[in-house]
Design a protein around this ligand. Structure first.
Ligand code: PLP
Length: 392
């Protein structure tokens, strides 16, 4: 069977072959426990972990001791929000976030509300951008943390994190950034951007699944976190559990490849993205681009096929693997909270599809997928009673 063209890279990316190669020895003969430093196997594993930590820290302009390895961004975000809140509860019990965050942030905020915390959910504009002035205005004397994502997983909007970081810094409020979709793809400097905590994951950057990290600033200001996983005191006591050495090695290697390829890859994907959007909208002028045209991740396309049902379209696009939103929200039938936040009604949200491009997509695949999308829409439109389409 012919494999569908993979356009779901924001859900997860395939493993880069060079990343796999870097990991393999640590699944085989280099099998030591990084905590067993009394013998050569353990020391070898520890060295590999520390090398990956150095690579990741340098990508962020952070210190190695500020990087905590976790199982993924969901865990990092939980550790950051719950860990900071617990430490700061004497200062106050107020958090600020925004409505298009990933559920990892939103649901953790809901959990904090159940513990008596107050959360301000800032709105976004029609392009999905949060206003830094709104962040400034909502900071109160009892605010302990602002959590704003770097780039959105559904519509690719890039948030003004530098401006928000400067505001948080001036107000002495900690700033957490969910950088799952931008880490390795957009340059990030936690010093320049005044970021105090940052969460990222391996499986969005052609690395392995099951590995993530949290950057937690150790100086100016020093972030104290209440431990969420007790145990053997790994990761300077911040996250116990035997380190998954092959995954950590793969995570570091994935970042190295991103550093090497970033500029060329972004330029290529931006070209493919714009070409796809233009051709589809030219063929079907009722199709609307969700999110901004510029100031958007190079690999994200999210289109509203006005009047048509996204689930039906996806079923008919047999040659393409894509999704109706983020992988997690497409598991339920609720309309996407991100698209609703842009002001879309339920029907528009249910008419929208995300196509996310990646490193291994070729021009030929992009052209083929574009043709298939145009043809499927044309065939469905032809079958629709005329009045039904026009009324939508
Ligand atoms: N935040 C964003 C923006 C994401 O896209 C994802 C992944 O779906 C997550 C958080 C959760 O990451 P992980 O799968 O590593 O827990």
């Amino acid at each position: 069977m012919l494999q569908p063209i993979y356009l779901d890279n924001q859900s997860t990316t395939p493993l880069d072959p060079s990343v796999l190669k870097s990991m393999l020895p640590y699944f085989q003969n280099k099998h030591g426990n990084a905590a067993s430093v009394h013998h050569a196997y353990g020391r070898e594993a520890k060295e590999a972990v520390e090398m990956a930590r150095r690579i990741i820290a340098s990508e962020l302009n952070a210190q190695t001791r500020e990087i905590i390895f976790t199982s993924g961004a969901t865990e990092s975000i939980n550790l950051a929000i719950r860990g900071v809140c617990d430490q700061q509860k004497e200062k106050g019990r107020h958090l600020i976030t925004q409505v298009t965050e990933h559920k990892a942030v939103l649901d953790t905020c809901v959990a904090m509300e159940k513990q008596g915390w107050e959360v301000t959910y800032l709105p976004v504009d029609a392009m999905g951008r949060v206003d830094p002035d709104a962040v400034m205005e909502s900071i109160r004397i009892d605010t302990v943390l602002v959590s704003i994502m770097h780039a959105n997983n559904e519509i690719g909007t890039i948030q003004p994190v530098s401006e928000i970081g400067a505001i948080c810094h001036s107000k002495n409020v900690f700033f957490l950034v969910d950088a799952c979709q931008s880490f390795g793809k957009l340059p990030i400097d936690v010093q320049e951007m005044n970021i105090d905590l940052l969460a990222a994951t391996g499986h969005k950057i052609y690395g392995p699944k099951g590995i993530g990290m949290l950057f937690a600033r150790q100086k100016d200001p020093k972030i104290k976190l209440t431990i969420q996983l007790e145990g053997g005191g790994h990761e300077r006591g911040m996250r116990s559990g035997t380190l998954p050495v092959p995954l950590i090695v793969g995570f570091g290697s994935a970042i190295e490849v991103c550093q090497e390829k970033r500029d060329g890859e972004n330029a290529k994907l931006e070209k493919y993205r714009d070409q796809m959007i233009d051709e589809i909208i030219t063929a079907h002028p009722k199709v609307i681009l969700n999110g901004p045209r510029r100031n958007r991740l190079a690999h994200n396309i999210n289109l509203c096929f006005t009047g048509l049902d996204a689930e039906t379209l996806i079923t008919k696009m047999k040659g393409i693997a894509c999704s109706t939103g983020s992988a997690c929200s497409s598991a339920n039938l609720e309309p996407s909270h991100v698209l609703k936040a842009l002001g879309h009604d339920n029907e528009m949200a249910h008419s929208s599809i995300r196509f996310s491009l990646g490193r291994f997509n070729t021009l030929e695949e992009i052209q083929k997928a574009t043709r298939e999308i145009i043809d499927v829409v044309m065939n469905i439109e032809k079958k629709l009673p005329r009045h039904q389409y026009i009324n939508n």
